[in-house]
Design a protein around this ligand. Sequence first.
Ligand SMILES: [Zn+2]
Length: 232
Amino acid sequence: MELSVMLEYQNLDNALMRLENELRQSQAAKEYTANKNVLNNAQEQVLKQNRDAGEMTSQMEALIAEYETIEKELKEAESAVPDVDSSMGADFFIRNVQKLIARLKVLASEISKMSSKIVELNQNYTATMTAGKEAKKKLTQCRDAYEAEKSKFMPQATELQQKLQELEKGCSEEFLTVYKRLKKIKKLPVIVPLNGYNCGGCFMEVAGDLIVKLSSQPFVECPSCGRILYKD
Ligand SMILES: [Zn+2]
């Protein structure tokens, strides 16, 4: 592939990125993105709160079930009092009843704490739902302005995208893979000239054998930063 094709590709791609950036920086896009983030955040919160509510409900059910079981055990123990005649039996009876009462107290306190947590969660849930609804309303309101702004950029962006697709037909698979990988990690500009013996992107010295390769192939990758290097 030709060096000129590579550079043309980068030029057009830069122009497209500038255009996309200009749209992102517009007031309409900023407002739209901000509201979208609030809405996404609220939706995530609702999911989390639903999960928490499910967990708390089953914990509460378990606590209540245990409370009822112990309460029943206590009643049974108490009804067995007349049968106790030895002092050892009485000791055992008292210890057992005390143990059951102590456990009931702990459970009652846990149930009360869990109940407060559930009330708090319900309040948070209501607040999140309100925030979410508000964000959704705002998002709908600013969508039209954003779409209008976007449509101003679209003709030029589409034209650039088409030209890039056309150019890709003349590019090697290797070049496109390296280019797209570097672009994704924002190593920009992706294609840089060799500056004497140094990489024009990271300024590290490039080994002589790589420079020799540049006379027989259109580009080499900088061993330090990975950028696409060409001879000016
Ligand atoms: Zn480099």
